[in-house]
Ligand binder design. Structure first.
Ligand code: NI
Length: 179
C-alpha cells in the first residue's frame, strides 16, 4: 500500500484504452485499489482511474461518502469501486459543469456531460453493480470512465475560453485544494 505518483497530461500512458479486468478478488487487484484510494485521498480527489497511476486496467474509484474539499458545494457520492464499467445515457440532455483532474493539476474547465445515466460494472469481488445516477455523481462517473478510454477532460471542452487556472477562475477556493 502506498501513495503513488499521479501521471500528468502529456504522458502517453494516459492516452491508452485500458484493458478489462479478467480475475476478481485477487491480492493484486485489492492492492491496486488500496493504492488508488490512498493516492486519491492524499490529493483530495473525488475520483481516480487506474491509468492515472500507470496501471493499464479498467478500474475506477470515486466518492468517499464525505464532502470533498475540491468541490465543497457538490453532493456527497458513496464510496465506489467500479471495474469494467459500461455507461448508458438515460437522457440526451447534457449540461456544462466545471471539472478538474488530478492529472491536470491547477486547472479547471467547463465540460458538457450527460445529466442522467445508468452505469454497470463489477466491484472488487466481481459482484455486479448497476446504478442510475444524475448530477454531480453522473459527471464524476463520466470523467473517471473517460480515463479508461484515454480521454482527458480538456479534450471535451467546447469553449476553450472556459479553461484556465483554478486560482484565477475561483480565487475564493481553499488554496490547499488546488491540485
Ligand atoms: Ni481525471
Amino acid at each position: 500500500m502506498a501513495v503513488r505518483d499521479i501521471l500528468k497530461m502529456g504522458d502517453p500512458r494516459l492516452l491508452r484504452v485500458a484493458k478489462a479486468v479478467k480475475k476478481f478478488d485477487t491480492d493484486a487487484l485489492h492492492a491496486l485499489v488500496l493504492d488508488m484510494e490512498q493516492t486519491m485521498l492524499a490529493a483530495h480527489g473525488v475520483g481516480i482511474a487506474a491509468p492515472q497511476i500507470g496501471e493499464d486496467l479498467q478500474v475506477v474509484i470515486f466518492g468517499t461518502g464525505q464532502p470533498n474539499v475540491r468541490y465543497p458545494d457538490a453532493e456527497v457520492i458513496p464510496k465506489t469501486v467500479l471495474i469494467n464499467p459500461v455507461l448508458v445515457p438515460l437522457s440526451e440532455r447534457m449540461e456544462d459543469g466545471w471539472e478538474g483532474c488530478l492529472s491536470v493539476p491547477g486547472m479547471r474547465g467547463l465540460v458538457p456531460r450527460y445529466t442522467r445515466l445508468k452505469y454497470e460494472g463489477f466491484d472488487l469481488r466481481g459482484q455486479r453493480i448497476e446504478r442510475e445516477v444524475s448530477g454531480f455523481h453522473a459527471r464524476v462517473v463520466q470523467h473517471e470512465c473517460d480515463h479508461l478510454l484515454g480521454v482527458l477532460y480538456p479534450m471535451k471542452i467546447k469553449d476553450m475560453t472556459q479553461f484556465g487556472f483554478v486560482d484565477v477562475l475561483f480565487p475564493e477556493l481553499d488554496p490547499s485544494s488546488d491540485d
